[in-house]
Design a protein around this ligand. Sequence first.
Ligand code: TYM
Length: 332
Amino acid sequence: MSQKRVLSGIQPTSDSFHLGNYLGAVKQWVELQDSHDAYYCIVDLHAMTVETDPKLMRKRTLTSAAQLLAFGISPEKATLFVQSQVPAHNQLGWVMECLTGFGEASRMTQFKDKSQKSGADTTRVGLFTYPMLMAADILLYQTNLVPVGEDQRQHIELTRDIAERFNSKYGKTFVIPEGYILKEGAKIFDIQDPTAKMSKSAGSGAGLIEIMDTPEANLKKIKSAVTDAGREVKFDAKEKPGISNLLSIHSALSGKSIKSLELEFDGKGYGDFKTSVAEVVVEYLRPIRSKALELLEDEPYLLTILHDGAQKASSVADKTLEQTYKNLGLVL
Ligand code: TYM
């Protein structure tokens, strides 16, 4: 039996991924590559929906590839590629735009939040059509599973709606994908403001744990993480959002269950617990950062992996695009 297919994407919008990206998504990418036919995409076209600096775009795309490989994405097991190197993404993106209602797209909460923050004059049209390009990314590969964090749930719902609409109007063309969203860890919060999602665009950066940051800087940040009233180390997302977030992080990286961590820190204070979280995170990330820095020294190697990946991705994507065009009655 052939393996089910997995696809996911990540934006190269920063010099480093953060712990939310890893725990919400990339950790699952690494696990799923063993049992699935996996396609992982650095979505540089999505990153253009905000102001971009060409030098940074290039650097961050390569840094993204280095980090993904350092986390354990293996070019032998998974196809790692850059979105702009596979033109079918733009081509199917247009088809997706023509199948999406204006009202439907206007209901995307990420668009609403981001456009409200920056105002109508600076919001790009590309930010509005972003979810349709994401639908194309997914549908081109006849994807079964899409491992992402909680914040992408609505985009996957939209993708399913568009795919179902297309299939019923023009004949079965796309596999209907499903989100692969963890129950625990699908939303990692800012460690200074545990009511907000950990994100590169929010806050001062003090609440963001970045993979490429030095171990010393991350140790310091975690030791000064915000905690809650009381002294008990107990998971309670409502009453203790700070401690609950740190428990989720510890558990995901140490492999210990939340229950066993509560027992381990029973009677000990928040200080001891935060020290333990800091050590677990720093020791987990240390070899990953070193490996990524080492890979960045060898740009030709990174480029070869990405070019090979794009070739393989194109061969799958082009087939879906051709079938889509055919079903739409385009002259081929
Ligand atoms: P992006 O680049 O913002 O984030 C990459 C992945 O990280 C997850 N994530 C989080 N998970 C848990 N807690 C957090 N605080 C947190 N912050 C980010 C995201 O959910 C995501 O899985 N639109 C996508 C990129 C994309 C894509 C795709 C994904 C484009 N095409 C096709 C899947 C399939 C995005 O902006 O992710």
